[in-house]
Design a protein. Structure first.
Length: 198
């Protein structure tokens, strides 16, 4: 086709067709669901980086990665995770997950250890660069946007413990209703309202 720029061929999709990597919009219409998922996180990160650069907010240098922290033993990670949970969610059943042998009577018992190490320790116990309250607002937005009402209801008490007020919850619902639609806003109001009463 004259005058058009050819799409760069990416990795082959399961059907054998090359996945396009030209732009998120064009790629998403032609690439397989697997390819779209692989490319989207990188595209989102680069979009954020470019926005920061455009506004002069992207630093020239970054602090060194904390490699020692990543090399911590699983038992050390879980101990820190339990301390974090005692502050955020003292009723969490994860606090009492045994440290010895995994309970064979529980289906997929390793999931509890994965949550303690990968979610609680690695994200909530990470550092003070982003405080717990800010992380809480981020998670509330994500749960609302995904429409994960069951998890949202469970997260409301944690959000309260991290300093989110009733007025702020209401503002979040108003924002969500505006951007996600009023039927979603009604569901969010019901879910959060019921969780606040509990």
């Amino acid at each position: 086709m004259t005058g058009s720029t050819p799409a760069r061929a990416g990795p082959a999709t399961p059907s054998g067709d090359p996945a396009t990597t030209v732009s998120p919009t064009r790629a998403s219409s032609r690439a397989s669901p697997v390819t779209r998922l692989v490319h989207r996180p990188g595209w989102a990160m680069m979009t954020m980086v470019q926005a920061l650069k455009d506004r002069g907010l992207y630093p020239d240098t970054f602090p060194p990665a904390n490699v020692a922290r990543k090399e911590a033993k699983g038992s050390e990670k879980r101990a820190v995770a339990r301390d974090v949970l005692r502050k955020m969610d003292p009723q969490s059943v994860l606090i009492d997950v045994p440290e010895g042998e995994m309970d064979a009577s529980i289906f997929a018992p390793e999931l509890d250890y994965m949550i303690l190490e990968n979610c609680v320790w690695d994200i909530w116990g990470r550092s003070d660069d982003v405080d717990l309250r800010t992380k809480t607002v981020i998670v509330l937005g994500l749960l609302m946007g995904l429409g994960n009402l069951e998890e949202l209801a469970e997260f409301v008490p944690i959000a309260k413990a991290n300093g989110i007020t009733r007025v702020e919850f209401e503002e979040f619902v108003y924002q969500a209703a505006t951007y996600l639609g009023y039927p979603t806003g009604k569901r969010l109001r019901r879910t959060i309202g019921n969780a606040l009463k509990a």
